[in-house]
Design a protein around this ligand. Sequence first.
Ligand SMILES: N[C@@H](CCC(=O)N[C@@H](CS)C(=O)NCC(=O)O)C(=O)O
Length: 319
Amino acid sequence: MGLLVKGKWYDKWDYNNDEGEFIREESQFRNWITKDGSAGPTGEAGFKAEPGRYHLYVSLACPWASRALIMRSLKGLEDMISISVVNTLMGENGWTFEEEEGVIQDPVIHADYLYQIYTHVEPEYSGRVTVPVLYDLKQNKIVNNESADIMRMLNSAFDEVGANDKDFLPENKMTEIDEINEKVYGTINNGVYKAGFATTQEVYEKEVTTLFDALDDIEERLEHSRYLVGDEITEADWRLFTTLIRFDSAYHGHFKCNIKRIVDYKNLWRYTRELYNEPGVKETVNFDHIKKHYYRSHKQINPNGIVPKGPELDFSLDK
Ligand SMILES: N[C@@H](CCC(=O)N[C@@H](CS)C(=O)NCC(=O)O)C(=O)O
């Protein structure tokens, strides 16, 4: 694992502050694809929704990249936005395109490493090299590398050029969606990382407690509501789902988020299975990539890189 400093790759672990807390860096590319190419809420103009123009770099292991992948699938954008899939191991060169089952090579510069895509568009880039990356094949620019933005643009930008009309961000639910997203992000999506990457007992215990308090709250909320914001699936559900689907296979063991498993919660388990069985979703979930990535990439947590055999999970709906 490492990062770019003025376009040069350094292999170093640099995520924690002096107190042992995990600190996530802000994503740097924040342009927006719009129906007519006008500027979106952030970034510059010039990115018009056109079939075949954009390419998405993902890891099938990564919950953030999977948000983008799920939205691409739910909106029927598979033929309009092509993808590359990185190798499961994030090692000394970061994400790579080394051959492995499920890997899809980079069509742009036939890169060996994802960081080469970043330096291809910005030779002096400094920062982390993360997935997802939404890339403009026409202008050779990175449009955006923030999954929260990518989800939002895919929800509607391509609707007039062939995407289906599903809307996961209904206007009248936006306030509630934003509120729940914020809570879920801080305590659950990022919460598993904050617990897993803590480097002191004290920080770990604080973070894992916050995480399970939040899961208990969601469990309670789902007692009265089929989805997070009423009876229709919204963006908020997909943002929570990509963490829940990885929980028992990766976070419970590798990140020591083991007070309970998702399968132990009545409502959260029902909810996770329902979302997993929505058309187009299970195709984006690859447990082999998920387990291999987490257990093999973070040597400071699991030095021998042993990948556990289990757990056996059955996501069918008739359980
Ligand atoms: N805020 C970003 C976070 C993306 C992210 O951290 N992705 C991880 C993979 S799960 C990554 O690529 N990490 C590489 C690194 O931090 O060096 C987003 O939501 O898109």
